[in-house]
Design a protein around this ligand. Sequence first.
Ligand code: S3P
Length: 426
Amino acid sequence: MVEVIQPARRLHGSVRLPGDKSISHRYAMLASVAGGITTIRNYSSGADCHSTLACLRGLGIEVEARGDEVRIHGRGLHGYRQPPQQLDAGNSGSTIRMLSGLLAGQPFETRIGGDESLSRRPMQRIMEPLRRMGAAIEAREGRFPPLLIRGGPLEPIEYETPVASAQVKSCVLLAGLMAEGVTTVREPARTRDHTEVALREFGAEVETGPGWARVKGPARLEPRELAVPGDLSSAAFFLVGAAMLPESDLVIDGVGLNPTRAALIDFLASAGARIEILDIGMRHGEPIGVLRVRGSKLAGGVIEKGLTAALIDEIPVLAVLGAVSEEGLTVRDAAELRVKETDRIETVADNLRRLGVRVETAPDGLRVEGRQRFRSGMVSSFGDHRIAMAFAIAALAADGPVEIEGAEAASVSFPEFWSKLREIAD
Ligand code: S3P
């Protein structure tokens, strides 16, 4: 599918966004191992979170989904049934990596794989700790999906993750639910803590501190009535679009503002964006609020060290912002971008160049000079949702229409993106 995006003067009005992808995955997985029925409102409409539901169904869990409300009939930590066929995680790294933690503790063998992009993503990062806990796991070429997981009784471990990855941390904590004793994970940089927050909500014993989290097993999780905050990483596209277009005034309602995700807001503010938090509250341990952003003069900035992990999903759209800012954008310590849904250093650079923007790449980052102009042209999503949406935002500031090939990729996290963009752009 090709979407043609016309230049715009502004983004304006008020929008609500579908539920957060990260939180939706976690609520669904934890609900499946709780003892009873959990209701989840504002569940992410994205294909990734529906891949999680499909995998849970494959494991014999009853899942009712009506619009954005999902009811999951949890059957306790050991209530999964051996799936008759390979589970399909689709495009979703979160599904395969986090669910593997729960599969490692089941007394049966499971195969889990996904699409072409997922089949190229590294899995040693979860295989290593799960093997240490006692699971047997095989992978294609020793490291890629599909995985064959032979689960069984697990031992608790103390594990230091070599990469800053919330998916790896979560995988180990989920496996820790089934191990007898305390499982501890330490991480080299702070990553999103939705698993720790959700585990607490479901009644698990969790402790956290700077750079570590631990969980006590075996845990008994209680079913809950939950609502998912709007997805800040989806909001990022509209926040950047509004900040880039001088006449913008946009309000985004009901959006998740967890401090481990909200580095985006601080970064935009430090880059000169006129961004305000109008209201903030708490729901199920997750901060949720209203954001207002207006057209701004943008300075640009540097993303490196711990900030890189905190902004990892937002870097494609921040690279777009960099090109029209005064000083441009420098990204360092971001080798992880090369193993996302696409190699996002290359796919961002390729599309920037197609729109006439100069960019330099490095093994672990990129540099986009400021004060550039996007030219009319054609870009590709390369099958990556965040690349499709980042370049729709670039198109708003271009000197003519931009065609986005493979625009359907956006539905992995944000199927409503194109219609919402049309509602707020003029
Ligand atoms: C996610 C963590 C991040 C992020 C992904 C979702 C999560 O991946 O890129 O979109 O929900 O935990 P890593 O933890 O592997 O960096």
